[in-house]
Design a protein around this ligand. Structure first.
Ligand code: CUA
Length: 198
């Protein structure tokens, strides 16, 4: 809470500043350009607001923390829990660990035309992840879980690259994603393993 004297002092300062602005000479043409620039800014802020409120488009990295030093001991990012998984509701989740200089696992197989939620953590420094030719890109900040949900429209092989400089091996840090037809993926993942022949 501000006290009365500080408030009136601030108002006084503001008034002084406004009257100072009035004394400034701004060319008419310049005023027009200022107005145009302001309108552009308002338009862009408007787009961001509408997307955030009505389309649910937000920055990818949620504020979800994790201890980077003990990622391997965490339940979710333990080694045998990494890779592609389908939860009980049928949602597909991919968990990956980023560390200098690779992503674990090295190769993934996911279905096309299906929403896939990626969750990444870093065990050391700041990494990034980018899948070229898609809109998928995010930072992986140590101490936080980065989450992005995306859909691959058609089958193909995609590289998954680190796009934040993380050290000398940065350009060797990548994995691959094989996007396969939805039906093929379902058949592959639900097929019962063949019985062992003696
Ligand atoms: Cu990891 Cu660059």
């Amino acid at each position: 809470m501000q006290t009365e004297p500080t408030q009136s002092k601030n108002i006084l300062l503001l008034r002084e500043f406004v009257s100072y602005l009035r004394t400034l000479h701004i060319d008419t043409l310049e005023q027009k350009w200022i107005a145009i620039a302001m309108m552009i800014i308002a338009f862009l802020v408007g787009i961001i607001t509408v997307d955030a409120l009505f389309h649910g488009i937000n920055p990818p990295s949620k504020v979800e923390t994790i201890d980077s030093a003990s990622v391997h001991l965490s339940k979710e990012f333990a080694e045998d829990n990494l890779g592609v998984q389908r939860d009980n509701s049928g949602k597909i989740i991919v968990r990956m660990v980023a560390l200098r200089y690779s992503f674990i696992p090295k190769h993934l197989e996911v279905p096309a035309e299906t929403p896939i939620t990626f969750r990444w953590v870093s065990t050391d420094v700041l990494h990034g992840v980018n899948i070229p030719m898609t809109n998928m890109s995010t930072m992986i900040v140590p101490g936080y879980v980065a989450e992005v949900t995306t859909t691959f429209p058609k089958p193909g092989e995609y590289p998954l690259l680190c796009n934040e400089y993380c050290g000398l091996g940065h350009n060797h840090m990548w994995s691959t994603i094989a996007v396969i037809a939805k039906e093929e993926w379902v058949a592959k993942t639900t097929a019962t393993p063949p019985a062992l022949t003696k």
